[in-house]
Design a protein around this ligand. Structure first.
Ligand code: GSH
Length: 232
């Protein structure tokens, strides 16, 4: 196969764009990147690439794809690997469905509580969202990770389940120590959702998840963003 020409339009502070970085790292695909400054209005050139003005966007042999899940799933389908079985392999369609369900459940039932807690105005509100996060993990995610070793469905390598959730998990496991989130969320999760906790620890240390993530930089950026929001 000829080497594909891949360009990623990204911003290293964006957890959605981070998904594409994890996929590219895990698939060991060389690519060019262009950092889009999200602090200023998008240029007319970028709006031609993604009229929504969001990152990430991927240029693949001249074709443009947008939306992080679509980009990451495209890469995993185009370059079959340990990340995602092909659907006509034995058990392939079933495992793909399980991964889809896991990612959908994490994003729709759990993850938004993390951001809501960061933007909450009072300590009581923060604690409410932390409680909802932990309860949703216990109810919805913990049963799906019982056989994680350490990754989804007994895999010893990263899978598409981690590609699509890892950027959020690494924030959960690192930002509390910078005072940006109540630290007890991690102790609560370790006692109430031990399978999730063990999985999350492995995910948040994986080199492909850490490929663009510097926790100190992220903590400083998050602090700055929240201070601006509170001042506004
Ligand atoms: N659903 C989109 C969400 C992407 C998104 O929200 N990206 C944010 C950065 S994290 C963005 O580009 N925001 C534009 C802005 O801040 O002006 C995806 O999954 O790709």
């Amino acid at each position: 196969m000829a080497t594909p020409k891949i360009k990623l339009y990204t911003n290293h502070g964006c957890p959605w764009a981070h998904r594409a970085h994890i996929a590219l790292a895990e698939l060991q695909l060389p690519f060019e990147e262009e950092i889009i400054d999200l602090a200023v209005p998008r240029t007319p050139e970028y709006l031609k690439i993604n009229p929504r003005g969001l990152v990430p966007a991927l240029e693949f042999n001249g074709e443009i794809l947008t939306e992080s899940a679509i980009i990451s799933n495209f890469l995993a389908n185009e370059f079959p690997s340990h990340l995602l079985p092909v659907s006509n392999a034995p058990g392939g369609a079933l495992l793909r469905a399980k991964i889809d369900f896991f990612v959908d459940t994490f994003i729709s039932k759990v993850n938004s509580n993390f951001f809501k807690a960061q933007y909450a105005k009072t300590d009581d509100e923060v604690e409410g969202f932390v409680k909802e996060y932990v309860e949703a993990v216990v109810k919805e995610i913990e049963p799906l990770l019982i056989n994680a070793t350490p990754f989804f469905n007994g895999s010893d390598k990263l899978t598409q389940a981690e590609v699509l959730t890892g950027s959020f998990i690494v924030r959960l496991f690192t930002l509390p120590k910078y005072g940006l989130f109540p630290e007890h969320i991690l102790t609560d999760l370790s006692t109430k959702a031990p399978y999730f906790y063990r999985w999350g620890q492995a995910v948040s240390k994986h080199p492909s998840v850490l490929v663009i993530y510097d926790e100190k930089v992220m903590a400083a950026k998050t602090r700055e963003r929240l201070a601006k929001l509170r001042a506004a």
